[in-house]
Design a protein around this ligand. Structure first.
Ligand SMILES: [Zn+2]
Length: 293
């Protein structure tokens, strides 16, 4: 397990390759409690594009959960500090103390990315994904005199598109940080920048559940072969347990294809290693690597 809060500066935009006005990226959005930084990694234009879907995800889908979990916000003054509920009898809104309210942790169980299905497909929507609303019970008992209503309802939004885009961004940024932008042909920048659709081909669910004890989020870089085509292809994939501490399902993002010269260098390194009788323990620096987020 690695506990690293910042990677070395990248020096170019990981989405468009631009080199001017570079800003710091959080691998997992700051608004979802992400603490690991990637300095000089996003140009101003790409930072604006990613902030749109990340912001929408944080405000809508995870709005109440963030209030309850007290996740950081850059606009503390603008954020509600209470949870909104509605009395269905009167239609009136009631504002509850987050510690005394039920909040929902929204979860999306995706099918595997289209590229990894058998046979591979290029889905056009999220058909097959299922939504789950996990209740987080009040952190402390509610005083009787506060519970004036017999029944309260809560709104919960599922913004699957913004979630998928955020997962794509996390996967791409993590691969850039850990594997190096020069070592793979990325699939995702045009999708993250909104220039291409087909996100369903690359973003989906993982069959394995990641959950690192004590960590809010879990993440692993993986190398694997596609279930079709050339076995020589190394797909670079990232498993992402966003809010895995709370039991959220793990997503799988196919971020790109490892470059041939990387594969050759790895093959050489392996044969040198076995000649030196150092065993075959190291199966590539990227596979199965752990990190704290
Ligand atoms: Zn850019």
């Amino acid at each position: 397990m690695q506990h690293r809060l910042s990677y070395p500066p990248v020096g170019r935009c990981i989405y468009c390759g631009g080199t001017s006005h570079l800003t710091l990226e959080h691998i997992v959005p700051y608004s979802l409690g992400g603490v690991v930084k990637l300095p000089q990694a996003s140009c101003r234009e790409c930072a604006t594009l990613t902030a749109i879907f990340e912001g929408r995800l944080a405000r809508t889908m995870f709005g109440n959960f963030r209030i309850r979990a007290n996740f950081p916000t850059r606009r503390r003054a603008a954020r509600p500090v209470r949870i909104k509920a509605t009395d269905p009898a009167t239609g009136e809104h009631v504002w509850l103390d987050p510690e005394e309210s039920i909040v929902v942790l929204p979860m999306v169980h995706f099918l595997p990315p289209g590229m990894l299905r058998d046979p591979p497909v290029e889905p056009e929507d999220w058909t097959g994904a299922t939504l789950e609303a996990k209740e987080i019970m009040p952190a402390r008992p509610v005083p009787w005199e506060k519970a004036t209503q017999n029944q309260l309802t809560f709104d919960q939004t599922f913004n699957v598109e913004c979630l998928a885009l955020t997962l794509a961004k996390i996967g791409h940024a993590y691969a850039a940080a850990e594997f190096g932008l020069d070592n793979f042909e990325p699939f995702l920048p045009a999708i993250i920048r909104g220039e291409r659709g087909c996100i369903h081909t690359y973003v989906g669910g993982d069959v394995e559940q990641l959950q690192d004890p004590g960590l809010l989020h879990s993440i692993r870089l993986r190398l694997g072969h596609p279930s079709y085509g050339s076995r020589a292809d190394f797909l670079l994939m990232v498993s992402i347990g966003l809010l895995s501490q709370f039991g959220s399902p793990t997503a799988l993002v196919i971020v790109g294809r490892a470059k041939e010269d990387w594969a050759w260098r790895e093959a050489e390194r392996h044969s040198e290693a076995s000649q030196a009788q150092r065993g075959s323990e190291r199966s590539g620096r990227a596979s199965g690597k752990d990190a704290a987020l």
